[in-house]
Design a protein around this ligand. Structure first.
Ligand SMILES: NC(=O)c1ccc[n+]([C@@H]2O[C@H](COP(=O)([O-])OP(=O)(O)OC[C@H]3O[C@@H](n4cnc5c(N)ncnc54)[C@H](O)[C@@H]3O)[C@@H](O)[C@H]2O)c1
Length: 379
């Protein structure tokens, strides 16, 4: 059994905590045949948030400087859970130091940066992974099986969305996610990238798109209740609507937003084919709806399929269907796959190549909105 030594960067944040839990937890459910993880370093710049780190990974070095983790010869895998603008420089430094890299989404601020990272990893034979965990819920393996098996015929239309209301209140305080310096692509890289990961997973490459990007609330209080003089400018996108074309010829209609009042977390897609269709809604996180023309006339309608233990990554957690795997389980599946890729040397979706394609879609949204025109995406 091989052990992969991991450094988690941004350890006290949401993703830092989830990743640490996932590395420590996956062997309980997924076994150790493909290796285990040992967290040997936790990096956190915010001292005030770092005081319980020693408890969370006993024996790990507690660091404040990510460069120290990259320089550590006993670290095999750098796990980047830092704000978006740090992904590219940190991943690049890690790859140059010969480390495997697991990076939260979006992989980079631009497709050019993502390309450079994917090329570096390829040239050095290093394993990469982007933290697009949502499609690793086994319900989406079922959707992909149905699509690639031709059960719904040729796919003609994908409709996808993701909506939250974290910034729907115009007086909700400013956060780094609304700052173009820390998150240059705003909701597009932050949330759109999740929808794009479903598109890539289920349908493959996007070849062109046209997008409308909106800043809905241009200024926000720096802290709750701040006076008008202490407002900060929102310098990235709050919401985007887009139309696209896939390499397969299918069309897409996609929208995502952080200002969708009342939507705490809405995520879903619909896939329409020539022989049937699929509908997924995160509110029923393990359920797929399938419509097929194979059903006889008079009996046609959407059937609900709740995934269960016939899917290996579901069976790893639960012996009965419809007990529900949630967000954290998808991160546990992801952590197991990251370790498996490192120990076997076989990359697993989504690698930095996928991350590059997703960054190309993000870039195209930015360019299209700037130019007010359709934008082609190079293969
Ligand atoms: N895959 C997903 O579903 C998902 C969900 C949420 C966030 N994310 C991504 O994960 C990343 C982190 O998001 P989060 O919600 O955990 O943010 P967060 O603000 O909760 O955590 C970021 C952490 O990084 C630390 N940090 C910042 N700069 C640092 C530096 N130079 N050195 C060391 N530590 C530093 C912060 O103090 C904080 O603890 C983002 O890129 C975000 O897009 C992905």
């Amino acid at each position: 059994m091989k052990e992969v030594r991991v450094a988690i960067l941004g350890a006290s944040g949401w993703m830092g905590k989830v990743h640490a839990m996932a590395f420590q937890t996956f062997p309980h459910f997924m076994g150790t045949a493909h290796g285990t993880a040992r967290i040997t370093a936790l990096v956190e710049a915010n001292a005030a948030a770092a005081d319980d780190l020693a408890f969370r990974a006993p024996g790990a070095r507690i660091l404040t400087d990510w460069q120290a983790a990259i320089a550590d010869p006993t670290v095999d895998l750098i796990d980047i859970c830092l704000p978006d603008h740090l992904h590219y420089p940190v991943a690049k430094a890690a790859l140059l130091a010969g480390k495997h890299v697991y990076c939260e989404k979006p992989l980079a601020d631009t497709a050019a940066e993502a390309r450079e990272l994917a090329d570096l990893a390829q040239a050095r034979g290093l394993i990469t992974r982007v933290g697009h965990a949502f499609p690793r819920n086994p319900v989406h393996d079922l959707a992909k099986d149905i699509i690639t098996g031709g059960e719904i015929g040729d796919v003609r239309l994908f409709k996808g969305c993701q909506h939250v209301d974290v910034l729907a209140d115009p007086l909700a305080p400013f956060i780094w996610r609304a700052d173009g310096k820390h998150a240059p692509t705003g909701i597009i890289g932050d949330t759109g990238s999740h929808v794009f990961s479903f598109m890539e997973f289920l349908l493959g490459r996007v070849t062109r798109l046209v997008a409308d990007n909106m800043i809905v609330t241009p200024r926000r209080p720096r802290v709750a209740g701040a006076a008008e003089g202490d407002f900060a400018d929102v310098t990235n996108t709050d919401a985007t609507h887009l139309l696209c074309r896939f390499e397969s010829g299918a069309s897409g209609i996609v929208d995502f937003s952080r200002v969708a009042t009342g939507r705490k977390f809405r995520q879903g897609y619909e896939v329409y084919g020539t022989k049937g269709s699929l509908v997924y809604d995160y509110d029923q996180v393990n359920r797929l709806r399938l419509y097929t023309n194979e059903d006889r006339a008079g009996r046609r309608g959407f059937r609900e399929i709740d995934i269960g233990p016939e899917h290996p990554t579901y069976a790893a957690f639960l012996p009965l269907p419809n007990f529900a795997l949630g967000y954290n389980e998808t991160k546990i599946i992801e952590a197991a796959e990251v370790i498996r890729a490192v120990t076997t040397g076989v990359p697993m979706w989504p690698t930095f190549e996928t991350g590059h394609h997703i960054c190309q879609i993000v870039d195209a949204c930015m360019e299209s909105a700037r130019r007010g025109a359709w934008v082609d995406i190079a293969a």
